[in-house]
Design a protein around this ligand. Structure first.
Ligand SMILES: Cc1ncc(COP(=O)(O)O)c(C=O)c1O
Length: 449
């Protein structure tokens, strides 16, 4: 694409499109991505970039997979869409529901299709309330989420999201969705690797303060993703499961990022031998080729919300729930996972990435190297020994992001934390390429500080 065309498109973009997390000042020279292939995407000027965050933890099978387009085209030619309200159904969505539930934790039974991760969480919040209501305990309606969590951006999910940067200017938070605040767990704009016990104590304190008889569920990401890639301590989720059981509240695992192999297992709580009551999934179910998500319910939850006590239906609906074309893409996508061993590859490439980053922590300004499977992060710090961050004005994270991009690697930062979660199809050589770029870029931005 020539520069004149690029400039004209950007002008139209600025005039007519309000993007996510947007102000026009940050959007004067956006990266216009024209095409992709495997782990690579290509800008309008032909520059090749490694997609270091799989287009927002999304494109698991990599870019340019013609098989997914063929699956969509075949389904569209047959039946592009029909509604799936009670009394209607379609084959691809039935098959995908069975497939996904079969891959999920053994206690899972059935799912509700959505179009996004936010909607998956919304569905689980409503299902948790419906569950207690059907058990004759409608006063159990509050939802507890965690500090620095990210659960999406509908108005309810904005409240559930614990990152304060999302809360300004949108009026009061939604009542009865409570962030378990953990003041000392966030010293430098992120979570903290060793804060598990503190966080459990805060969940317990929040439950006690609110009164467990008023709480329906606790929601947690198995690895905090957007908050900065913070895996929990190994015993954290077993403790959280115990707390939920003790206080009779449901545990919702938000696996929108961690689902479908990202952590080297199909679903992340397998690492900790814990089963939630409900799961939220999206993103990699279709590798982002078409939007889709789901709320998955355990046998126990499913039984209660579909039991026919007085004919009260689960009155929750999205027009596009169970979209046949999205489901056909999802089925083909999961076939690729199995044919190409992507979960195993994620585990191997994740080990490689994490140990490469750990070697990088010999660098005087790299600290808190962390990760689980193929999602990793590290912080640029003034002094890693004492966890001392750089001054905010130094903008070290933004500088690193730019230095990586100029070397052909795109990803995201949270403050001064650099995050990595490449497509699950990445090869050993491509992970080495990422590590070399990151090392070079770290040297450049920390030279002379
Ligand atoms: C853990 C988690 N939950 C929910 C969401 C929201 O998903 P969506 O943007 O599809 O609504 C995200 C998005 O990144 C996420 O990371």
């Amino acid at each position: 694409m020539d520069d004149a065309r690029y400039q004209s498109l950007v002008e139209d973009d600025l005039n007519h499109w309000v993007h996510p997390l947007f102000h026009s000042s940050g959007h004067q020279q956006p990266l216009l991505i024209e095409r992709g292939e495997g782990v690579y995407v290509y800008g309008a000027d032909g520059t090749r970039y490694i997609d270091g965050l799989a287009a927002l933890w999304n494109v698991a099978v990599g870019h340019g997979r013609a098989e997914l387009g063929e699956a969509a085209a075949a389904q569209m030619a047959k039946l592009g869409f029909n509604n799936s309200y009670e009394g209607y159904t379609n084959e691809p969505a039935i098959r995908l529901a069975k497939k996904v539930v079969g891959l999920a934790y053994p206690n899972m039974q059935a799912l509700y299709f959505t179009n996004s991760g936010s909607e998956a969480n919304e569905t689980n919040f409503k299902a948790a309330r419906f569950y207690w209501s059907r058990l004759g305990r409608p006063e159990k309606h509050k939802i507890i989420s965690r500090v620095e969590a990210y659960h999406g951006n509908t108005i309810a999910m904005t409240t559930a999201t614990g990152m304060k940067v999302f809360h300004g200017n949108f009026g009061p938070k939604v009542p009865n969705i409570i962030n378990a605040d953990t003041p000392d767990a966030t010293p430098s704009g992120g979570g903290r690797i060793d804060a598990g016990n503190v966080l459990i104590d805060n969940i317990v304190a929040t439950l006690e303060r609110e009164g467990p008889d008023s709480v329906a569920a606790v929601i947690a990401e198995p690895v905090q993703g957007a908050g900065g890639v913070y895996p929990p301590p190994p015993d954290y989720f077993a403790q959280l499961r115990d707390v939920c059981d003790r206080y009779e509240v449901l545990l919702i695992a938000d696996e929108v990022i961690t689902g479908f192999g990202r952590t080297g297992k199909w679903f992340a709580l397998e690492h900790f031998d814990v089963q939630p009551d409900m799961m939220s999934i999206a993103k990699a179910i279709t590798s982002g080729y078409v939007p889709m998500g789901a709320a998955i319910f355990s046998k126990q939850v499913h039984e209660v919300i579909t039991s026919d006590a007085g004919g009260q239906k689960f009155m929750h609906a999205y027009t596009n729930a169970g979209h046949p074309t999205a489901a056909a893409v999802g089925l083909r996508n999961l076939q690729i996972f199995e044919d190409e061993g992507l979960v195993e590859n994620a585990a191997a490439r994740g080990d490689q990435l994490l140990s490469g980053l750990q070697r990088l922590s010999e660098h005087p300004h790299v600290g808190n190297v962390r990760g689980l499977g193929f999602m990793c992060g590290f912080d640029l710090l003034e002094d890693p020994e004492t966890d001392q961050p750089f001054a905010l004005e130094a903008g070290m994270g933004a500088k690193l992001l730019k230095a990586c991009q100029s070397r052909g690697l795109i990803s995201r930062v949270r403050g001064d934390a650099y995050l990595l979660a490449p497509p699950l199809v990445a090869t050993e050589a491509q992970v080495d390429e990422i590590l070399n770029i990151v090392e070079d870029a770290v040297r450049e931005v920390t030279a002379g500080v």
